[in-house]
Structure formats: C-alpha cells, structure tokens
Design a protein around this ligand. Sequence first.
Ligand SMILES: [Mg+2]
Length: 279
Amino acid sequence: MRETRLYHRRVIPSHVQPWDRCDPRRLRRVRGVLTDIDDTLTTDGTLTMGAVAAIAALRAAGLPVIAVTGRPMGWSVPVVETTTLSAVVAENGAVALRADEDDGVAIEYFQDEAVRVANAARLREVAACILAEVPAATLARDSAGRVTDIAIDHAEFAHLDGAAIAKVVALMREAGMNATVSSIHINGWFGDHTKLTGARWIVQRLLGRDLDAERADWVCVGDSTNDEPMFAAFPLSVGVANIVDFADRLARWPGYVTTLDRGRGFVEVAEALLAARSR
Ligand SMILES: [Mg+2]
C-alpha cells in the first residue's frame, strides 16, 4: 500500500486529492452516483461481489447509482437485469436502459429512428475504412450489440499501441465522428452526445431532476479518458486508483483518486458516502 501511495504521488497532479481526505460534510449532501463500468465497477472484466454489494447498499441508503458507459445497448441489457443499478446509459450517452415492471428492461434512444438508420450505413463505412487503414485494428467483440456507434478493441482482447490508437481516433474524427478512448475500446459515433449529456438526460427522465442544478451534490466515478467530460463537470469527481494508467493521456483529472483500484476503488467511494450519511 505504501509503495502504491508513493507511485501515485509521482504521477498524480498535486491538485488531485486522495479520496479519503474528502470532507464528510460534503459527502452527506450527495444525492446520487454516476459511474463508469469497465475497470471502475469491474475488476478483470467481472462485476465483483464487492461492487455489486456497494451498488445495493447505496441504493438502500436512498442514493441512485447510474452507470454511464461506452459499452453497447445489447451488452447493457443483462447488466440492468442482474444488478440494482437505477439505470445504465450506454454507447457514450446514446442509449438509456432501466428496469421496467412491464417490459423487463425499458430502452430509449437519444437520437430518433430516422437519424439512427441514416447513421448506420455511415458507421459501417467508417469501420471498413479503419480496418483497411490500420492493419492491427479489430472491431470490439461486443460490436453485435452496438446500435449507434463503432468500437475498436485496443486493450480488451487485442492490443493496439499508442500510434495505432491515435490513427484510429484521427480516422474517426476525419469522418466527422465524435471519438473517445476508454480503458478497453476506441469508440466513434455521429452526434454531439457524450457521457455527460447522457447523464443529464437520464437524471431528467428517471428522477425528473435537473442534473446541472445539482452538480455539486452528485459523485461521478471513472478511470480513463472517456470519463473526462464527467470529471470536468462534477466537483466531486473520483478516479479509481488505476486511473494512473492513463496519466500521460489525461487532459482533465478528477478531483479525487481512491487508494484501491477498479471495483475495490468503487467500494471505497461507496463506503465513504455511507459512513458520512450515518454520522
Ligand atoms: Mg472505464
């Protein structure tokens, strides 16, 4: 643990505080949690028992936990079905899924059907261009569940070096796409939506509340460059410890960093929120 702390002190900017120093009086006012999934809730690709219990404990304490991820709609359906997450915003803000008493899982899209149909052909064209121009690139294995974006695997089952990642991002942007890099994939999509606009949308749809008016009272948790719009928007933004893996690529750091990594870091966030409320 001591070595971890020393390492963190070297690579984490000095304005980023250790999470355990966050004032409990601020944490007591928190009204909800927005969290990334991969390498934030999950450890080695699995939602751990600790993370599942942390989500349930937060919810039992009256705090909605909403996951905001670059993962696809199809991948997110069983996540909604098997956890107590209040909702999942998938495909970087394009799709919202929540448990529904009548339908099982209710799914809503940010873009209307005509736009999605028109974009589908363009998405296929850009994907084909990337696979032709970056020989090492492969589509993410979860691509079948994607509706509004394309994803190239850089660290889930494949490995792309920094130059190849940059080339893929450049090709996406040249095609007029929004592009972002998560801990495992490079995602590209047409439209201005992001994790942040998706979070705003679902808080309004699910809770009837204005997230912008409550920004100081929501915690957001993440681990990589695709969480940067969230880190920039929320004063109580937290990176799990493995965010140091992205130290040289992050333009915007979270306000706080946990001591532990991945799902264990999320548990650390939940424990502090629950402890502050029980005082
Ligand atoms: Mg992640």
